[in-house]
Design a protein around this ligand. Structure first.
Ligand code: DAH
Length: 337
């Protein structure tokens, strides 16, 4: 083996490898080719094994040629890699393409349950008259639910509220939102303009118009002067807001121990099927109740009202049976979007 023969081998390898490199079809194939040519046990190294047979003077010369061939092949491999990986990237982008404009599964849009929806409507109207929202408590005591509201322990009017008592003596589930009046008065003095929405409970047989749990919104205004006419004006606006601008209200005499005088309030609107319908009780706050709330009835007076949310929701939406409010049947609830 002489210098010329070794050099020829290297040049042949170079020419041959250049063709194979440019023919490599993938980066994986190129990698393999690259190490079979240039690697530790690659073709160039193989050829250079013959170097030992050369005269010492020729060895560096063949080293120069080998480095040149190595550098040239290395450059072609790199160039080919750039070309192949650009193509492979495009191909991968194409393969993994996601059409972001394809419509996804439609979301199920929820809606407010008609009870909170009705409470929200009442709140919005009343807040335009400066009433703020407060909450009473669902577990009450006999004193606040009854006695401070001027309903003595063995007064026959107690029968108006069929009460669910708790085991703890004197504790009960509130039968109406009216005890919130006492708590509001005790918590801060007049002027007071508050509405108290919430859940109430009565020991009652359930039918289409009675539930053992139901909702009321209590209203209370206490100031230096507040009249039955103010009450009528505000309730008129409330009725118009809930049942349309042609709705009208009327007062009938009523009885509640915590108001004097007391009224039952009826509403009617064009197209209402049943004529006048009673939607709430109201009246001027009884002086004893003001006193129980820590307010001097000589200097202040007020009015209060309590309305049944279920009844109003039923009238607004033409719902015939209030049990539907408790059943959580999505087919029913989806009707209130
Ligand atoms: N608390 C009464 C009830 O549950 C409703 C009521 C009537 C509330 C007259 C009032 C009122 O504030 O003035 O039947």
């Amino acid at each position: 083996m002489d210098l010329a023969a070794l050099e020829k081998q290297l040049r042949t390898l170079q020419a041959d490898a250049a063709t194979r490199i440019s023919a490599a079809a993938s980066t994986a194939e190129l990698d393999e080719l690259g190490s079979s040519l240039l690697g530790k046990r690659g073709a160039i190294t193989e050829i250079l094994r013959g170097i030992g047979a050369l005269p010492a003077d020729d060895r560096p010369k063949i080293g120069v040629v080998a480095n040149e061939v190595r550098a040239a092949l290395d450059a072609s491999v790199s160039a080919r890699r750039v070309a192949l990986s650009a193509g492979e990237l495009l191909e991968r982008i194409e393969r993994e393409r996601v059409d972001a404009t394809t419509p996804g599964p439609a979301p199920r849009i929820g809606s407010l349950h008609p009870i909170p929806e009705t409470i929200a409507a009442i709140t919005e109207i009343m807040s335009s008259f400066g009433f703020v929202v407060a909450e009473g408590q669902e577990i009450e005591d006999d004193v606040t639910n009854f006695q401070l509201l001027n309903i003595p322990e063995d007064h026959p009017s107690r029968d108006l509220w069929d009460t669910l008592y708790l085991q703890e003596p004197g504790r009960l589930l509130r039968t109406h939102t009216s005890p919130g009046q006492i708590r509001t008065m005790q918590a801060g003095g007049p002027p007071i303009r508050v509405i108290l929405p919430g859940r109430c409970f009565r020991y009652e047989a359930v039918d289409a118009s009675h539930g053992f749990e139901f909702h009321q919104v209590e209203g209370l205004l206490v100031d230096r002067s507040a009249t039955l006419a103010d009450l009528k004006g505000i309730l008129d606006e409330l009725a118009k807001g809930l049942f349309g601008s042609a709705a009208r209200t009327r007062f009938r005499p009523g009885y509640y121990p915590f108001t004097e005088p007391s009224v039952a309030v009826d509403v009617s609107w064009p197209g209402s099927k049943d004529g006048w319908m009673t939607i709430l009780g109201a009246g001027m706050v009884h002086p004893v109740v003001l006193e129980n709330g820590g307010i001097d009835p000589e200097t202040h007076q007020g009015f209060a009202f309590g309305l049944g949310v279920e009844r109003i929701a039923m009238l607004r939406h033409g719902i015939p049976d209030l049990r539907a409010f408790l059943e959580n049947d999505l087919r029913f609830l989806a009707g209130f979007r």
